[in-house]
Ligand binder design. Structure first.
Ligand code: HBI
Ligand code: FE
Length: 290
C-alpha cells in the first residue's frame, strides 16, 4: 500500500493538471495555493459541515487530547465551513502559522516546503454526503477540523515546522517512505498519554467518526510506545483502521524524538525489511489491554 501512496503523489507531481484528483488543479501556481472562494460554498455544504462537526464534537470528550478540544472550541467553527483568512489571523497571532488554500493533495516537495515555512495546506472542497463516514483524499473537514486546532499549540506547531524541514531533507536522502510512515503514525494517527488515559491527537483519527471510537478500545490493534526508528519501519494501509497505534508521552517528546539528524537512521532502515502493520516485536508492551 505504501508504494501506491507514493505512486499516487507521483501522479500528482507528474500530471500538474491533477486529472485523477477531485480538486481543480487547472492553471495551478508553483506553490499550488488557490483562492478558498468561501462565497461559492452552498448551504447544503455548510449543513454537511455542521453534521460532520456535530458528530465528531460529541465523540471528543474522553477520546481527544485536551489541547485539541481547547483549541477547537476557540475556533468557533461549528456553524459552517470556516473562512481560512479569519482563522489565519488568529493562528498567526498564536503561533506564526497561516492556512493556505489548496485544491487537494499536492506533491511532497510543495507540501513540505509549506510546512517548513509555517503554512498549513488546507483543501478547499468538502466531501459528498455519501462520504460522511469515509473519504480517501483529505477534504476541508479532515484538514481543517483534524489538523488546524493543534497548530495553535506552540510545541506542536514547532514540531510540524521541523517536520516540514525534515521532509525536504528526507527527499534528498531517499528517506521519504520512512518519514511518510512517521507522519502517518503520529500527525495523522498518533495517540498521547493523557492524565486520565490514552487520547487521540492524530488528525486522521480526530476527523473520523469510526476510528475515534475504535482507536482507544481494546482490539486486535496494538498500542505501543513510539520509537521513531521502529515506527519508520512499519508499513501502513490507507483504507482501514490502524493495526498499530504509536503512543507518545507528550508533544515535547514528539518534538525531541524528531529533532536529531535522521541520516544515519535512513541508512540503517535501508538495510532492513519494513515491518507489516500488525507487527508486535518481542519486548514491546501493549498499552491497552483487553
Ligand atoms: N498534500 N494537501 C496535502 N495534504 C497532505 O497531507 C499531503 C499532501 N501531499 C503530500 C503528503 N501529504 C505526504 O507526503 C505526507 O503525508 C507525508
Ligand atoms: Fe492529514
Amino acid at each position: 500500500m505504501q508504494n501506491s501512496k507514493q505512486a499516487f503523489f507521483a501522479t500528482v507531481a507528474e500530471k500538474s493538471d491533477g486529472a485523477s484528483l477531485r480538486g481543480n488543479y487547472s492553471d495551478i501556481s508553483e506553490d499550488y495555493v488557490v483562492q478558498q472562494n468561501w462565497d461559492r460554498y452552498t448551504s447544503d455544504e455548510h449543513a454537511l459541515w455542521r453534521r460532520l462537526y456535530q458528530r465528531q464534537a460529541e465523540l471528543l470528550p474522553g477520546r481527544a487530547c485536551d489541547e485539541f478540544i481547547e483549541s477547537l472550541n476557540a475556533l468557533n467553527a461549528a456553524d459552517g465551513i470556516p473562512r481560512f483568512d479569519t482563522t489565519s489571523e488568529a493562528l498567526f497571532k498564536a503561533t506564526g502559522w497561516r492556512i493556505v488554500a489548496v485544491p487537494g493533495l499536492i506533491p511532497e516537495l510543495v507540501f513540505f516546503t509549506h510546512l517548513a515555512n509555517r503554512r498549513f495546506p488546507v483543501t478547499v472542497w468538502l466531501r459528498n454526503p455519501d462520504e460522511f463516514d469515509y473519504i480517501v483524499e483529505p477534504d476541508v473537514f479532515h484538514d481543517y477540523f483534524g489538523h488546524v486546532p493543534l497548530l495553535f499549540n506552540p510545541v506542536f506547531a514547532d514540531h510540524i515546522q521541523e517536520f516540514g524541514k525534515g521532509g525536504l531533507k528526507a527527499m534528498q536522502l531517499g528517506g521519504l517512505d520512512q518519514l511518510a510512515r512517521l507522519y502517518w503514525y503520529t500527525i495523522e494517527f498518533g495517540l498521547v498519554q493523557g492524565k486520565h488515559g490514552l487520547r487521540a491527537y492524530g488528525a486522521g483519527i480526530l476527523s473520523s467518526g469510526g476510528e475515534l471510537r475504535y482507536c482507544l478500545e481494546p482490539s486486535s490493534s496494538h498500542h505501543i510506545a513510539l520509537n521513531v526508528e521502529r515506527c519508520m519501519r512499519t508499513l501502513y494501509k490507507i483504507d482501514s483502521y490502524q493495526e498499530t497505534y504509536f503512543v507518545i508521552r507528550n508533544f515535547k517528546q514528539l518534538f525531541g524524538d524528531t529533532a536529531p539528524d535522521f541520516t544515519p537512521l535512513y541508512e540503517r532502515l535501508k538495510q532492513q525489511q519494513p515491518l507489516p502493520a500488525n507487527t508486535l516485536l518481542t519486548g514491546e508492551t501493549e498499552l491497552v489491554t483487553p
